[in-house]
Design a protein around this ligand. Structure first.
Ligand SMILES: Nc1ncnc2c1ncn2[C@@H]1O[C@H](COP(=O)(O)OP(=O)(O)OP(=O)(O)O)[C@@H](O)[C@H]1O
Ligand SMILES: [Mg+2]
Length: 255
């Protein structure tokens, strides 16, 4: 497969970390080497990849604002080797941002490091996946954390506000020159929710890659604070398979 860099974005609480964990797991099942980067200041991606809370918190945080690559003091490969940790689910996890203390300063430095890493082609990764914190700042901060992503996966839930956020995200991504944005409708509880995604995404020119149903087992995995996503229902699994097929089509058509 061609190497691909994917950013998972969207409004707060829509399911970015859950979907990012499922994307990472499914790529591993397809035989890909996956690097997963958590850029949330309250990092949870480790839980979605099978780590305990203690293991997630033990992942060392990437240094801030290092120049990566040509002329800089380090390479993306060195950062992965030094700061990456293999997870039970398979992907290597990197943690870019952590806010441990109130008033500890802004997180721009961590975002700048990730931006530099994504500009490099990681020799040991087929898939580089970034779980973003909520909001739109990452598309402006430090020149756009995700400026070098091949594709953004913008996650929505069946609410107008999450679709408005997705539309704004797509517009900012276009300005930054990110070639493709695909949308995921998450937490669909009934046919009306599916209809909502289809009509809203069509009206806003968003490509609907898949609809992921609301499944109590996904929600309860989170409540158990384990974030275990290794036994999701077939309905969720097949939706994520469709998303990966769309991502593969996307990257092949833009190369
Ligand atoms: N398809 C789904 N079915 C049921 N529950 C879901 C589904 N997707 C996500 N959830 C639940 O929704 C909640 C928010 O999910 P998640 O943490 O992945 O969102 P997020 O967008 O990463 O949030 P944040 O903006 O805080 O980073 C979690 O409790 C999660 O278990
Ligand atoms: Mg999250």
């Amino acid at each position: 497969m061609s190497a691909i860099t994917v950013g998972v974005v969207g409004k707060g609480g829509v399911g970015k970390t859950t979907i990012a964990g499922l994307i990472a797991r499914t790529y591993v099942e397809r035989g890909a080497r996956v690097i997963a980067i958590d850029t949330d200041s309250n990092p949870n991606l480790g839980l979605s990849l099978g780590f305990s809370l203690a293991e997630t918190e033990a992942v060392p945080v990437l240094p801030r604002a290092v120049l990566v690559g040509s002329g800089g003091p380090t390479t993306a490969e060195t950062l992965v080797a030094d700061y990456g940790r293999p997870t039970p689910a398979g992907p290597t996890l990197l943690s870019a941002i952590r806010v441990n203390e109130a008033g500890g300063g802004c997180t721009c430095g961590g975002h700048a490091t990730v931006r530099g890493m994504l500009a490099e082609t990681l020799a040991d990764a087929d898939v580089t996946l970034v779980d973003m914190e909520a909001g739109l700042e990452h598309l402006s901060r430090s020149g756009g954390t995700l400026a070098y992503a091949d594709v953004l996966v913008v996650v929505c839930e069946p609410t107008r506000k999450s679709v408005i956020t997705a539309t704004r995200t797509r517009d900012l991504a276009t300005e930054l020159g990110i070639p493709r944005v695909v949308a995921v409708g998450n937490k669909a509880r009934d046919p009306e929710d599916i209809q909502f995604f289809e009509s809203q995404f069509a009206a806003n020119g968003l490509t609907l890659a898949c609809v992921v149903p609301y499944e109590t087992s996904v929600a309860s995995a989170d409540q158990e604070a384990l974030g275990r996503l290794d036994a999701v229902p077939d309905s969720v699994r097949s939706a994520i398979e469709r998303l990966l097929d769309e991502l593969d089509r996307t990257v092949n058509s833009s190369h």
